[in-house]
Design a protein around this ligand. Structure first.
Ligand SMILES: *[C@@H]1O[C@H](CO)[C@@H](O)[C@H](O)[C@H]1NC(C)=O
Ligand SMILES: *[C@@H]1O[C@H](CO)[C@@H](O)[C@H](O)[C@H]1NC(C)=O
Ligand SMILES: *[C@@H]1O[C@H](CO)[C@@H](O)[C@H](O)[C@H]1NC(C)=O
Length: 308
């Protein structure tokens, strides 16, 4: 009985120490060290509205950036829509304790759904991933840069009402357009330049729900160093064969075997999943689950043979 009551008292204690502004989220944040900046941002107009109603009247998870995380992020700028999109990207409409996060990355919906910043099928909110690495929980957000680690949880499982708060060491970054991610990673400069040559960049960035299978520069060498340069038409066909479109997030988690539509009509791509690897066409995925504004990038080890 006492053991059963303890969590309830713990939750009440969080609320009773607070300054009691009448706003449960702000009051709860007042009682947690290291979240002063987050509290002051959320307590100010126009962001206070984000703390009212759903999901905070039910289950929720907040990845709460520490004061240091805000210091490191610097000025958030003046674009309130963008700041709201970023703040809501830290909130899940479900309670996810750290014990539910495993070594296998899992992806869940946030409540960040402004169409200016997310372009997934069915007007879905943007996704965030989480996985455990040596007992540390890391968050897969839009910060993907080669050799840079993802933000991590520095204090987990602070119970607040029906929800939970995990303090993280960096502000999460909204997943960016595909071309922005490719630009930020030199490994994809050939792919980007070929997409540009075939005038496919805007089309790709504008797709609603895309999975780009991205060969690195080295993987393109057989094409870029070939004596006979492919025509723009042939090149477009090859590149379009690397884009699965119109489907919600094809993360490697729980993906079934199957064929998926590409930008080349009637030329679907075979996807084979085993416990150890993911094979698309005749290429292997070697760096999966890079989040973008409109879906995902998986790095692959070769250019997929796309026969006309
Ligand atoms: C993209 O292609 C245009 C010509 O169509 C060229 O002027 C521009 O420099 C290219 N940009 C990149 C990043 O390759
Ligand atoms: C969009 O939602 C409808 C209805 O819930 C569902 O049938 C369809 O598969 C969804 N589309 C995508 C791309 O997820
Ligand atoms: C996919 O098919 C392969 C055989 O080609 C099989 O070994 C594997 O278990 C299948 N994976 C799933 C997720 O069904």
């Amino acid at each position: 009985m006492i053991a059963k009551l303890l969590p309830v008292f713990a939750a009440l204690a969080v609320f009773s120490n607070s300054q009691n502004t009448g706003n449960a989220v702000i009051d709860a944040l007042s009682t947690v060290d290291n979240l002063k900046t987050l509290k002051s941002v959320l307590a100010s107009e126009p962001f206070i509205e984000l703390t009212k109603g759903a999901p905070f009247n039910g289950e929720f998870t907040v990845f709460a950036p520490s004061d240091d995380a805000f210091d490191r992020a610097g000025d958030l700028g003046k674009d309130n829509d963008l700041i709201k999109a970023i703040l809501t990207y830290h909130v899940l409409p479900a309670t996810v304790p750290s014990s539910a996060i495993t070594e296998k990355p899992a992806f869940v919906r946030t409540v960040s759904d402004n169409a200016k910043y997310v372009n997934l099928p069915n007007k879905s909110a943007q996704m965030v991933g989480a996985y455990k690495e040596c007992d540390t929980v890391r968050i897969i957000d839009g910060t993907y840069v080669e050799d840079q680690s993802y933000p991590k949880v520095i204090k987990a499982d602070i119970k607040v009402g029906k929800g939970v708060v995990h303090i993280i060491d960096r502000l999460l970054t909204l997943p960016q357009p595909i071309s922005t991610v490719l630009k930020a990673n030199a490994r994809y400069s050939t792919l980007l330049s070929l997409l540009n040559q075939t005038k496919s960049v805007d089309a790709l960035d504008g797709l609603t729900g895309a999975t780009l299978l991205a060969p690195s520069n080295a993987a393109f060498l057989p094409i870029t160093t070939a004596k006979d340069k492919p025509s723009v038409e042939d090149l477009t066909y090859v590149l379009y064969g690397h884009v699965i479109n119109g489907i919600s997030l094809l993360t490697t988690r729980g993906l079934p075997n199957g064929t998926y539509p590409t930008l080349n009509k009637n030329k679907p791509l075979n996807v084979k999943v085993s416990s150890r690897k993911l094979v698309v066409g005749d290429a292997n995925v070697i760096q999966p689950n890079i989040l973008t504004k409109n879906g995902l990038i998986h790095r692959i080890d070769k250019v997929i043979s796309v026969a006309k």
